[in-house]
Design a binder for this molecule. Structure first.
Ligand code: FES
Length: 179
């Protein structure tokens, strides 16, 4: 098995997830839609994250002003929760479950394999921005451990071989949009 990614993945630039590029206007509308919710800070941050795939630093003053908080308070919450990325994700986002049920079925082995194949650790993105690798703790798919989520799609029984197959599918999809 090769240690580096196949060429098509290294050359791609098209995103496979459904996040949209940052926009002040859209961020403002996400904030406005949730500002009246009880304990609005977390719903707003989750909303921004679900829309853009990360929380752009430009969101901090917008959120602070909307909630009458200091920018330091908003920044503190963003950095406290591991779920919030501060940078845009790669074109494809692979999330591997590392919770107990999946661990008992070899999730750690799969994680080590994925890190080696991609050349990155959890929370990192390949230098070409093709793939972001993340750990999650229970995807609600314990019966099919080890579980993963790839660009929002839940998959089960992910051993090293299946991981490579799934990675191959990502490469094929990239090839399909770049040819
Ligand atoms: S522990 Fe992995 S899906 Fe529940």
């Amino acid at each position: 098995m090769e240690d580096s990614l196949p060429e098509p993945m290294m050359m791609q630039s098209k995103v496979l997830h459904s996040y949209v590029p940052w926009s002040d206007e859209l961020a403002g509308s996400v904030i406005k839609g949730k500002v009246t919710e009880r304990g609005a800070l977390l719903p707003i941050l989750h909303g921004l994250s679900a829309t853009f795939g990360y929380i752009d630093p430009r969101a901090i003053p917008l959120v602070a002003e909307a909630l009458n908080l200091s920018e330091a308070e908003v920044f503190g919450v963003i950095t406290f929760y591991k779920d919030f990325r501060s940078e845009p994700p790669g074109a494809s986002v692979i999330r591997l479950c590392q919770a107990e049920a999946c661990q008992s079925m070899g999730a750690d082995r799969v994680a080590q394999h994925a890190k080696k194949r991609l050349g990155i650790g959890f929370g990192e993105t390949t230098p070409d921005h093709a793939v972001t690798l993340e750990e999650v703790f229970c995807l609600g798919n314990c019966a099919l451990s080890p579980a993963a989520m790839i660009d929002g799609r839940l998959v089960g029984r992910v051993d090293e071989e299946r991981f490579d197959k799934l990675l191959g599918e990502i490469v094929t999809r990239f090839a399909g949009v770049t040819t």
